[in-house]
Design a protein around this ligand. Structure first.
Ligand code: BMX
Length: 282
């Protein structure tokens, strides 16, 4: 049991619970992030679903969409995940799990560590981008994961305050809003399916997201010059998306061209990363 960690990943669209042994996910449960209620109720439902794992772990890692300060969880963009400010995440998870070793971190930062330590990063410094409900990011420099606000690329703003933040023009919520006049209730998945079926409106939405992501990658390369940019998330890993971003970067001089890699751990990057971070804290 000593090496087995309970890892939770709570994003704007899904909640994932996993038992992680070493760098391997040995059991997992996934459920949609509820559109109503509050984090206390969501966590209680998650722990009820994994009650059969009681006694299998003594360390817990929690990766969440939002920012953690002093064990408390707050949103930075309520359109991505609408939670109250300073929810006592570490204390709540400690109580529900019955363990006193709980580490909480931002979901994209945890995923960056997962990809650095045993995924597409291959131990090289990297910037991780998740194109998902929002746009998350994590930065590993000189083998160290940056914390706090570092990597919150989805919250970059435009000159006109009215235009909101970058992720509101790129990610899942934006794609669904753009699709609404063409296919009521369509989420990003349906937009990709319609694009693959040849519908011009859907192709334009995907292309709009791709172009913004390509521009973000260009700017990240100039700011941080990472050896590689690792792309994850439900949109980032959608069929053809990463290749379309590479094509959008095609005209750049080689030295300025970001080296893009798909997240090798896929949707497990966050749980594998937070498990390793929690183990190191223990
Ligand atoms: C937002 C922000 C980040 C998060 C990113 C991806 C909130 C609630 N979240 O920029 O902390 O990493 O979205 O979130 O402000 P995801 O839900 O798409 O994984």
């Amino acid at each position: 049991m000593a090496d087995t960690v309970l890892a939770l990943d709570i994003g704007g669209t899904k909640m994932l619970a996993a038992l992680v042994r070493g760098n391997a996910v040995v059991e997992s449960r996934k459920m949609p992030t509820p559109r109503s209620g509050n984090p206390e109720q969501w966590l209680a439902a998650l722990f009820n679903a994994i009650s059969g794992w009681n006694g299998c772990y003594d360390t817990v890692g929690v990766a969440v969409s939002g920012i953690i300060d002093g064990g408390c969880w707050s949103p930075l963009n309520r359109k991505t995940l609408d939670i109250p400010d300073r929810f006592p995440l570490v204390a709540t998870v400690g109580r529900l799990s019955g363990t006193d070793v709980v580490l909480a971190a931002n979901d994209a930062q945890a995923a960056a560590w997962g990809e650095f330590s045993c995924g597409a990063g291959q131990g090289e410094d990297l910037v991780f981008l998740t194109i998902s409900t929002g746009i998350g990011g994590g930065i590993v420099v000189n083998g160290r994961l940056l914390g706090g606000l570092a990597g919150h690329f989805g919250l970059l703003r435009f000159l006109d305050e009215e235009d909101g933040v970058l992720e509101d023009h790129v990610s899942g919520n934006w794609m669904a809003a753009q699709a609404a006049p063409h296919q009521a209730g369509a989420a990003a998945r349906e937009v990709f399916e319609a694009a693959a079926a040849g519908h011009g409106w859907a192709k334009n939405i995907v292309l709009g997201s791709v172009r913004q992501t390509a521009l973000l990658c260009r700017n990240v390369q100039l700011m941080l010059d990472p050896a590689r940019i690792v792309i994850g998330g439900g949109i980032g890993l959608a069929p053809g998306y990463l290749e379309s971003v590479r094509q959008a970067l095609g005209s750049l001089p080689p030295r300025l061209t970001p080296q893009l890699h798909a997240a090798a751990l896929g949707e497990s990057a966050g749980v594998v990363g937070i498990a390793d971070l929690a183990r190191r804290q223990n």
